[in-house]
Design a protein around this ligand. Structure first.
Ligand code: AMP
Length: 192
């Protein structure tokens, strides 16, 4: 069980749970949002190109995001597995990832869907904005990111469900409680 996606609305706690699970499984947690933010902080050409999308709560174009992920998955630490956090987020990204995995003769093992209630999500994002000073966490942008998730990314759950890959995990509760549920979700036998 080493090629895993974690999905859920912004603020569902994906990043935290991805880090914990990846450590447990000895695979890298790859967050496209973190990679974009690191590039923005470092002022790389990629960072300059993508900043306006993150600031507005809009998705970075697939062409940019896909090539970045292809490069990251080709790094040696991802050869035996990875946990993708925040990718894919569009149907075009699903298809692109299918292609990348097919090229290496591998496939996804499981998709974890973290579910939370929206009020809790908005509260978490607000708290994180205060703590981290993220420029994409103003109230307006928080709302926009929720909308974009519902429009673009929620439908991906259905696609992966049809493949029998999705494990739904209740994301409400403490970090430890959720981490225990996530650990169960990847250790359960599953039918492809
Ligand atoms: P995250 O930290 O995962 O919430 O991502 C923060 C922001 O990075 C998103 O609001 C998008 O602007 C951008 N981003 C991250 N992952 C993707 C992706 N797979 N496709 C497009 N944009 C992305």
């Amino acid at each position: 069980m080493t090629r895993i996606l974690i999905m859920g609305p912004p603020g569902a706690g994906k990043g935290t749970q991805a880090e914990l699970l990846a450590k447990r499984l000895g695979i890298p947690a790859i967050s496209t949002g973190d990679i974009f933010r690191a590039n923005i902080s470092a002022g790389t050409p990629l960072g300059v190109e993508v900043k306006r999308y993150l600031d507005a709560g809009e998705y970075v174009p697939d062409s940019i995001t896909n090539e970045m992920v292809r490069g990251r998955l080709a790094e040696p630490d991802a050869a035996d597995g990875f946990l993708l956090d925040g990718y894919p987020r569009t149907l075009a990204q699903v298809e692109f990832l299918d292609g990348v995995l097919a090229e290496s003769g591998t496939q996804l093992d499981r998709v974890i869907e973290l579910t939370v209630d929206v009020d809790e999500v908005v509260q978490r994002l607000h708290k994180r904005a205060m703590e981290a000073g993220r420029s994409d966490d103003s109230e307006e942008v928080i709302r926009r990111r929720q909308e974009v998730y519902l429009e673009e990314t929620a439908p991906l759950i259905a696609v992966y469900s049809e493949r029998g890959l999705v494990a739904k995990v209740d994301g409400m509760g403490t970090v430890d409680e959720v981490a225990a549920r996530v650990a169960d979700a990847v250790s359960e036998p599953f039918q492809r």
